[in-house]
Each structure stands twice: as structure tokens, then as C-alpha cells.
Design a protein around this ligand. Structure first.
Ligand SMILES: NC(=O)c1ccc[n+]([C@@H]2O[C@H](COP(=O)([O-])OP(=O)(O)OC[C@H]3O[C@@H](n4cnc5c(N)ncnc54)[C@H](OP(=O)(O)O)[C@@H]3O)[C@@H](O)[C@H]2O)c1
Length: 237
């Protein structure tokens, strides 16, 4: 899984490991990733730290290959690495535009491409291989001053829908997670407006991944929106 050192990804890594999966957790900053993984290993969980900057195609390929060499199989791919840079469209720097596209969208495509052979084997074996792509509520409806972020997250939802059509007969399910504000380092900037304890919690998304793994193979959940009570409905109802 990518983005496994912090916030949502760390909570999902913990839940998967608690449920008996051998987890390869990846992130860019080595120290932070190793500290996070050490805590999980210290709790008796089987988690490997595999640093990778997902803007590099070679590093994503090596990440998937490393997991294949260690475990020989992959039942669940979690694409979760993400970065959001706010600002008005007139002021968007091309470097930051490219970075958000590369981390939030391009890396998801590359990781899926590289992981699909293993996922197809798992799907053929038990009919319930899973790809979880972390999108955002900003992908359901574009948010001002987060135009590029919103566009990448809408892209993740479209990618997930398209991929599902391609793998529907292969026992693989693809789900996009679409949360509003979650209490993670990414939302520290918003804490003056929304108290962290009143945000969605990382473990809420981890529980959603558990749900996705427990439903039957004929039950597909293409996306899950997570909102706070009183938020407008992302489904326009
Ligand atoms: N928090 C929210 O309110 C919220 C809402 C909707 C969607 N999301 C999405 O949820 C996902 C997880 O975010 P979070 O809230 O848990 O934030 P977070 O705590 O900041 O975690 C982000 C993760 O992505 C990794 N990452 C970022 N750039 C990377 C790169 N170039 N290469 C490899 N890894 C990279 C980070 O590792 P490093 O620290 O090592 O870079 C970290 O593990 C993101 O896709 C985000 O867009 C979050």
C-alpha cells in the first residue's frame, strides 16, 4: 500500500495486518515510514517498510516487485498516497500541478498496472481480490482553491470505475474511498475551523476497507462517500 506511514494509510495498514494480511507499507520519507512500521511490528503485526517516491515510475515498479518477491501474491492493493496544494487557478505553479497529478493519479495507474497480474491470480483463486483507491469528496464535487486536487480525485473515481469494468470477470473489485475532512496531518491547516475530534477518523476508513473484504464476491461497492452529519450530500439528494 502507498501512503502507509501516516493518517488514513497507516490506519488501513494496521487494520489489514491485524486481520492477518502481510502488509508492505510504503511512503516517501524513510524515517517517518520506519517509525510507523516499527510501532506496528512492535505490536506483533507483519508489516514491511518499503520506501518509494510514487512520482517515480521505477520506484513504484520496484515497490510492487519487492512485495512479489517477499510474498509471491497480492490480495489487496491500496493506492493511498496523496498531496493537496491549495491556491487560486491563476496562481498554480506548473511544478505543483505536475506533482499533484503524479502523486494522486499517475502513481495509481502505474501501481494498478504493475499489481494486476498478482491480483488476477488472487481473484482467480478466491474471487475477491481488492483495489482500494483513496479519492476524496473533492472528487465528487470540485472545490474552489483546490482545483487540481479536485481534478485528480475525480480522476481517481473515473479510473476506479473504468478499471472495475476491465476486471469484473476476474474476481477483482475496485473501490474508491471519498472522504470529507479526516483527522490526519493533511488537515492540520483546517483545525482552526473544524475540531479534529469532530472530523472523520482514519479508523473509519480502515473499517470501510474491512467491510469491503467481508462482503461476498457478488457484492460490489464501487465507492464510499464519508461525510460529517450536516454536510451536503455528495449524491445531490
Ligand atoms: N485527510 C483528509 O481530510 C482527506 C480527505 C480526503 C482524501 N484524503 C486522501 O487520503 C489520502 C491519505 O491522506 P492523509 O489524510 O492520510 O494524509 P497524510 O497523513 O499526509 O498521508 C499522506 C501519505 O501519502 C504519502 N505521500 C505523499 N507524497 C508521496 C510521494 N511523492 N511518494 C510516496 N508517498 C507519498 C505520505 O508519505 P510522506 O509523508 O513520506 O510523503 C503519507 O504516507 C490522500 O490520498 C489524500 O488525498 C484525505
Amino acid at each position: 500500500m502507498t501512503g502507509g506511514s501516516s493518517g488514513i494509510g497507516l490506519a488501513i495498514a494496521r487494520a489489514l495486518a491485524e486481520d492477518g494480511y502481510a502488509v508492505t507499507a510504503s511512503a516517501r520519507r524513510v524515517d517517518k515510514l520506519e517509525a510507523a512500521v516499527e510501532a506496528l511490528v512492535g505490536a506483533g503485526l507483519e508489516v514491511e517498510a518499503a520506501p518509494a517516491n510514487v512520482t517515480s515510475e521505477d520506484e513504484v515498479k520496484a515497490l510492487v516487485a519487492g512485495h512479489r518477491e517477499r510474498h509471491g501474491r497480492l490480495d489487496v492493493l491500496v493506492n493511498n498516497a496523496g498531496i493537496g496544494i491549495g491556491g487560486a487557478i491563476e496562481e498554480i505553479e506548473t511544478k505543483r500541478l505536475d506533482l499533484q497529478i503524479d502523486v494522486n493519479l499517475r502513481s495509481y495507474v502505474i501501481a494498478m498496472r504493475e499489481a494486476l497480474p498478482m491480483l488476477r491470480k488472487a481473484g482467480a483463486e478466491h474471487g475477491k481480490a481488492l483495489v482500494v483507491n483513496t479519492a476524496s469528496i473533492a472528487g465528487k464535487g470540485g472545490q474552489g482553491w483546490l482545483a487540481v486536487y479536485s481534478a485528480t480525485k475525480a480522476g481517481v473515481i473515473g479510473l476506479s470505475q473504468a478499471a472495475q469494468m476491465e476486471v469484473a470477470q476476474a474476481g477483482i473489485q475496485v473501490t474508491a474511498l471519498c472522504p470529507a475532512f479526516v483527522d490526519t496531518p493533511m488537515t492540520e491547516w483546517v483545525q482552526g475551523q473544524v475540531e479534529p475530534e469532530k472530523m472523520i477518523q482514519p479508523r473509519d476508513l480502515a473499517e470501510a476497507v474491512r467491510l469491503l473484504l467481508r462482503t461476498s464476491r457478488h457484492c460490489l461497492i464501487p465507492e464510499i462517500a464519508f461525510t460529517r452529519p450536516g454536510d451536503p450530500s455528495p449524491f445531490g439528494t
